[in-house]
Design a protein around this ligand. Structure first.
Ligand code: PLP
Length: 355
């Protein structure tokens, strides 16, 4: 069987999740009567230190709801130019909410360029310019190789935004990876911001679902927008049951994924054809590039060929842009899988015929 490092979304539910799903007490959640969903929402609010939480079908929907609630039509949503919200969510805020998306450069550590951010925190004084309503932060940062923003970085952004009356949302699809890497609880990372989305379905290994958290009024409005988007589900406590296990049993083990990701990076650093810096691996995402003997990056076609050959040798990875490759560690991947993956990658490098 292949070692699947394409994403932490490929994780399957744990035996305890299957059992909890089977046993889950259910009701109609659109009436607020699913006890398992209610329990998950209380748990999520508690863990993130926010007043309330809402179970949503996906991270993309959670982020879309947050932008629709925070920003009215004609008000801008600011996000990093390498962010998931800007690149991979089908233009949600603009398409659904009529809010122009304004990209601000992401630095390589996932932080936003603060000077550029200041310039985008526009008010209503100039009629030429759409006023800003929301800043989105991504933590951990996917395209920045799982980079982690710490409390003081989050506070810096939040203080700048709040001083202009602009709200702040964290796309925390992997916020628990950030918390584990920093050794601080998620509620510390969430404290400076108005809302946070996190995924149960990635490293936490639940089959489906994400949580949106914020104050009571925010969640009240978010519930209406979830309905608008078709995300009001019925006896979805079968899913929430796995989410409860995710929060109770799957958080601490993320440290193992981080260790395995480092192990992979260190193994790959030995290959001259791979450009990778193991020191930069902070969580469970590794991004690397291929290069030839002249230290030049390989063409997109050659990179794609390598990925295909790695697959033949039993290692599945994904591309990130045209020339970068992403490998993600997760539940079900153990140290011996990493050793095998390094062997498979070595074979694929030989077969790729790199000059
Ligand atoms: C996966 C991801 C999302 C979206 O989550 P889905 O559940 O796949 O819709 C949002 N932001 C980041 C950073 C992600 O990695």
């Amino acid at each position: 069987m292949s070692i699947d490092l394409r994403s932490d979304t490929v994780t399957l539910p744990s035996p305890a999740m299957r059992e909890a799903m089977y046993q889950a007490e259910l009701g109609d959640d659109v009436y607020g009567e699913d006890p398992t969903i209610n329990r998950l929402q209380e748990l999520a609010a508690e863990r993130t230190g926010k007043e309330a939480a809402l179970f949503v079908p996906s991270g993309t929907m959670g982020n879309a709801i947050a932008t629709l609630v925070h920003a009215q039509r004609g008000r801008t949503v600011i996000a990093g130019d390498a962010s998931h919200i800007y690149n991979y969510e089908a233009g949600g805020p603009s398409t659904l909410g009529g809010s122009p998306l304004r990209p601000v450069p992401n630095l390589s550590d996932g932080m936003l360029d603060l000077d550029k951010l200041r310039a985008e925190l526009t008010d209503e004084s100039d009629t030429h310019i759409a006023p800003a309503a929301l800043v989105c932060i991504e933590n951990t940062h996917n395209r920045c190789g799982g980079a982690v923003l710490n409390q003081s970085q989050i506070e810096t952004i939040a203080n700048l935004a709040h001083a202009q009356g602009v709200a702040v949302h964290i796309d925390g699809a992997r916020i628990f990876n950030a918390a584990i890497a920093l050794g601080v609880p998620v509620h510390e990372l969430a404290r400076p911001v108005d809302s946070l989305m996190f995924c149960l379905s990635k490293g936490l290994s639940a089959p489906v679902g994400s949580m949106l958290v914020g104050n009571k009024e925010f969640i009240r409005q978010a519930t209406r927008v979830r309905k608008l988007l078709g995300g009001g589900m019925r006896q979805a406590g079968v899913l929430a049951a796995a989410g409860i296990i995710a929060l109770e049993q799957m958080v601490e083990r993320l440290a193992e994924d981080h260790k395995h990701c480092k192990q992979l990076a260190q193994g790959l650093a030995d290959f001259p054809q791979i450009e990778v810096d193991p020191e930069r691996v902070a969580t469970n995402i590794l991004i690397f590039q291929l290069r030839d003997s002249q230290q030049q990056p390989l063409t997109p076609a050659k990179t794609a060929r390598f990925l295909q050959l790695a697959g033949k040798h039993g290692v599945l990875m994904g591309s990130m842009g045209e020339k970068a490759i992403r490998a993600v560690t997760h539940y079900g991947i153990e140290a011996e899988h990493i050793t095998s993956a390094i062997t498979g990658i070595r074979r694929a490098l030989i077969d790729t015929d790199i000059e």
